[in-house]
Design a protein around this ligand. Structure first.
Ligand code: IPE
Ligand code: IPE
Ligand code: MG
Length: 232
């Protein structure tokens, strides 16, 4: 058996909450609640494994197109989660940060997000990025607009990267998407340029530490080439 290579940065598109709930004969929001528990379990597992960065897609710029009732319930769930879990996350050593737009979210949720960032600032076992009202294209457009405001006439890759939401963070080594969908859905477009992709048919509420280990095992067996020719 080969030794497991643990990714420094894992990004996850947590998909299939609604389908899972429907299969159980429950309303979609119950899938989101179960999904939040799984997110917590996976965060803990990543701390144990020594993963340095975990980025979870919680709400996309396109998710505003869902029924307003579901959108509001999702924000309610986030409020709930941030209030209830802060202490546990701090004890675990989780530094929590948010990526995405803040200008369209409920003000009180933004305030909670800020206090979470402040209160976990010194935690250093893992950095958890929660992507809320996040779109990969929006991230790039916001970066470009800030660059223009600062008077740049031209940019290079390094400059553009340094204005993105994940500035200074190594690109994800592994992207996991659950629920059988094989697309990026406007997640970290810039940062995923050389990320290894892993798809599973399991819905996010069914995902677990064991499944995470399977994904990492699969990742470990891959040869990352970054465009080069590798000697045999
Ligand atoms: C992922 O689950 C969570 C969010 C996008 C907020 P979905 O809600 O997309 O679940 P499905 O894809 O409809 O089953
Ligand atoms: C992607 O899932 C966004 C999140 C997981 C937050 P979606 O369910 O919104 O993606 P599509 O619509 O299937 O592409
Ligand atoms: Mg979905």
């Amino acid at each position: 058996m080969h030794r497991m290579k643990v990714p420094r940065h894992i990004a996850i598109i947590m998909d299939g909450n609604g389908r899972w709930a429907k299969r159980q004969g429950m309303p979609r929001i119950m899938g989101h609640y179960r999904g939040a528990e799984v997110a917590e379990e996976i965060t803990k597992a990543c701390v144990d494994l020594g993963v340095e960065y975990l980025t979870l897609f919680a709400f996309s710029t396109e998710n505003w197109n869902r029924p307003m009732e579901e959108v509001n319930l999702l924000f309610e769930l986030m409020r709930d989660y941030l209030l209830k879990k802060k202490k546990d996350l701090i004890e675990l050593g989780v530094r929590m940060r948010f990526i995405g737009r803040r200008d369209r979210l409920p003000k009180d949720l933004v305030a909670l997000m800020k206090s979470m960032e402040r209160d976990t600032e010194k935690c250093d076992r893992i950095t958890l990025f929660l992507a809320v009202d996040y779109g990969g294209r929006d991230d790039i457009v916001r970066a470009v607009n800030r660059i223009i405001k600062e008077g740049f006439k031209e940019v290079d890759e390094e400059t553009l990267s340094s204005y993105l939401d994940l500035a200074g963070v190594p690109d994800p080594d592994l992207l996991i998407r659950t629920a059988g969908e094989k697309r990026i859905s406007n997640f970290l477009l810039w940062n995923l340029a050389y990320t290894e992709l892993y798809f599973t048919d399991l819905c996010w509420p069914e995902f677990s530490k064991e499944e995470l280990l399977k994904a990492i095992e699969d990742f470990s067996s891959r040869q990352r080439k970054f465009g080069r020719v590798l000697d045999e």
